[in-house]
Write a protein that binds this ligand. Structure first.
Ligand SMILES: [Zn+2]
Length: 404
């Protein structure tokens, strides 16, 4: 009964019997152009130059149930994809092999083992959520270094912390993980998602969970290592959890520690005081900003005072908002035209020119044109206000404005 169920089409699934097998020999049953299949090729690959190989047995897990396929080699040639189509398992390579040829297969076990750690960790977490809250796993996706799990109900921060703690305790207990192929699945109690896989294969985590699944798992929960729920969000009436287990969790922690080391140095703070030190820094920054704004306002006021007797001013440190404010205010009391220039002789100037009724006879649009031509400038505007930039010296600008 069991052997029958570890077959997919004509291929014996070695990973179902031994998830730790990384070297195997297999006979080629078929080799066809990849283009004969409907499966899409990775965008970096040319489908026309690739081949799809069917083997009598394989240790490569094909893509399925939200988990990507294994990577590795056949006779030293890179296996680019492994998938199920037309009731068969296909291995994609850039080299054709002869039918009946014996091949040496090798899977990238480092990556496979990390996926096993994560997938088994996910079963623990989903099992706990099902037993504690009655929520079902309704979505699962595993990418290169993180996996996401969608459950059918809303979980709070507190719930997540509780689940995470219990999941890690399940790791410490080093419970056995094994698979069964129930003769009467209806009589067995297990979690299941429809279309997960065609045969009922149930992965049991002793005393913790039973779930229909087609993927390879570790033998004992201790091998999973740390289970970390790195983030979660409420999604489509349920919750999406982002998780990392084992080596992925270790890498995440290492990255956080490396970053934290830099932060500790910059803040001269101990690790446990970093958050407090950052809060202080944010407060200080806020205070500085307020002080800066107050100073800017004072500067604007000083310019306004000065402009009661002049209609042309220069500044090197004002920003566009301050410049506009000065012009808008001073034009109310000026004798006609007001022109403000921000910048320097070396970097050039930004300008705003405005006028009131006393300068009704001056056409500002025309002035912009003349000024742009005379002072190597760009810009324009309305008859009320013009603005732009100038690539001329202060003395040249002063000379130009003498006539206004
Ligand atoms: Zn699973």
């Amino acid at each position: 009964m069991k052997n029958e169920r570890t077959l997919h089409g004509r291929t014996n699934l070695l990973y179902e019997e031994d998830a730790y097998l990384n070297n195997f020999t297999a006979k080629v049953l078929d080799c066809i152009p990849f283009s004969a299949l409907t499966r899409k090729a990775d965008e970096n690959l040319k489908k026309e130059s690739l081949f799809a190989i069917e083997l009598d047995q394989t240790a490569f897990f094909p893509e399925g149930g939200g988990q990507s396929c294994d990577t590795g080699t056949l006779n030293g040639k890179q296996v680019l994809d492994v998938f199920k189509e037309d009731g068969k398992i296909w291995h994609v390579t850039d080299t054709p092999f002869s039918i009946h040829e014996n091949l040496q297969g090798e899977i990238d076990f480092t990556t496979r083992f990390q996926k096993m750690q994560n997938h088994s960790g996910e079963h623990i977490v989903s099992g706990l959520i099902a037993s504690l809250y009655g929520y079902e796993n309704v979505g699962f996706h595993m990418s290169q270094d993180v996996m996401s799990v969608d459950v059918s109900g809303v979980l709070s921060q507190e719930d997540i912390e509780k689940i995470e703690l219990l999941a890690n305790e399940a790791v410490y207990k080093n419970k056995k993980i094994y698979t069964v192929y129930p003769d009467s699945p209806d009589e067995m109690d297990y979690r299941s998602k429809l279309d997960l896989c065609e045969d009922i294969r149930v992965v049991i985590i002793e005393d913790i969970d039973a779930c229909a699944c087609c993927a390879p798992h570790v033998k004992n929960t201790g091998e999973i290592g740390m289970i970390k729920i790195v983030d979660f969000m409420h999604y489509k009436g349920g919750t999406r959890l982002f998780m990392k287990c084992g080596h992925w969790a270790y890498l995440e922690l290492k990255q956080i520690f490396d970053q934290n080391k830099e932060i500790m140095k910059q803040l001269s703070a101990k690790r446990e005081n970093c958050a407090e030190a950052v809060n202080k820094l944010v407060e200080l920054n806020q205070k500085k900003k307020e002080e800066e704004n107050a100073l800017k306002n004072q500067i604007v006021d000083l310019y306004l005072e000065k402009l009661q007797s002049e209609n042309l001013f220069f500044a090197d440190k004002l920003d566009e908002i301050q410049l506009r404010r000065i012009i808008n205010e001073s034009v109310k009391t000026s004798s006609g035209i007001v022109a403000g220039f921000v910048g320097s002789d070396t970097d050039g100037y930004r300008y705003i020119v405005s006028k009131n009724e006393q300068a009704a006879d001056i056409d500002l649009k025309q002035l912009a044109k003349t000024m742009n031509e005379a002072l190597n400038g760009r810009g324009g505007g309305s008859d009320k206000m013009i603005q732009g930039s100038i690539g001329a010296l202060k003395t040249e600008i002063c000379a130009f404005f003498k006539k206004y």
